[in-house]
Design a protein around this ligand. Sequence first.
Ligand code: AMP
Length: 319
Amino acid sequence: MIEKKSGVNLVVVGSVALDNVATPAEERRDVLGGSVSYACAAASPFTRAGMVGVAGSDFPKECVKLLGEFGIDMRGLQEVEGKTFRWSGVYERDMNTRRTLSTELNVFASFSPELPEAYRESPFLFLANINPGLQLDVLQQVRSPRFVAADTMDLWIKTAREPLMKLISGVDMLLLNDGEARELTGEEHLVKAAGCLLEMGPRYVVIKKGEHGGMLFSRESVFLLPAYPVEEVRDPTGAGDAFAGALVGYLSRAPRASAGAVRRAMAAGTVLASFAVESFGLEKLAGIKRSDIESRMRKFLGMIRVPGFGAGKARNPFT
Ligand code: AMP
């Protein structure tokens, strides 16, 4: 599991999971998942990501091998005696509504992240969805990151609000889905909810809306991006993590996290998330090439372009 490569450009902490997933068409057990797995896999075409997480003694060797094949630095993955984190969920017919059936923290309940020395100088940090206490712990171990993004979910909003608020005040970008933004702020209207979240500290707030894409808010502007319309969604699990991982991975190559770079990074996130949902677990992401990403990006950019309304051209619908 130990790779002898130095520095990483991006450190990601989150869950390493074995998921049981049921969609209206299929049911799969023990699928390799977890927020850090999806995020690192989707970041890997853009950057060298180092994963921080914990797996139990039941974690299959093939899963470790698969993660390594993405080129992910695995020095921050601990393997300890006990059971791997397990999550099980079921999707409704629309594939956009999900019910969590169970969450078993298992080895995550006593996980204490210890970052390898080579990770501590990483310029980019993505605190993927996991207990905010662990996210804070990792944040404190990276010396002076240039850009920190964090994701969260309803469970932590309900059960760990205090550390979550502390975390939010210390990050550059917060990502969360629409329901979570409402729950965290008490504001039904998303624009108001985003305003409240920006007040808490982050420069950027990304509100994810599943198959409807995402909204980027900063104090200066709002940016909207639809999702890429894939022909068949087989398993939406991990879409949000893949989106965020690719977004931060892409951003880690940009000279600055400017508003334009963040918008381009959202497009990269959208494209990688669209591949992730075409199969269970990391199957599809493992099979795509750089040329597949480039060609889907071209198609996507064609889909969101409004001819004649581009920059420098007519923007007035009456001219
Ligand atoms: P997403 O579909 O992007 O929300 O991510 C789904 C992934 O998150 C699954 O692979 C789960 O194993 C993982 N997950 C589910 N619940 C949690 C939780 N409470 N903490 C961390 N990871 C979770």
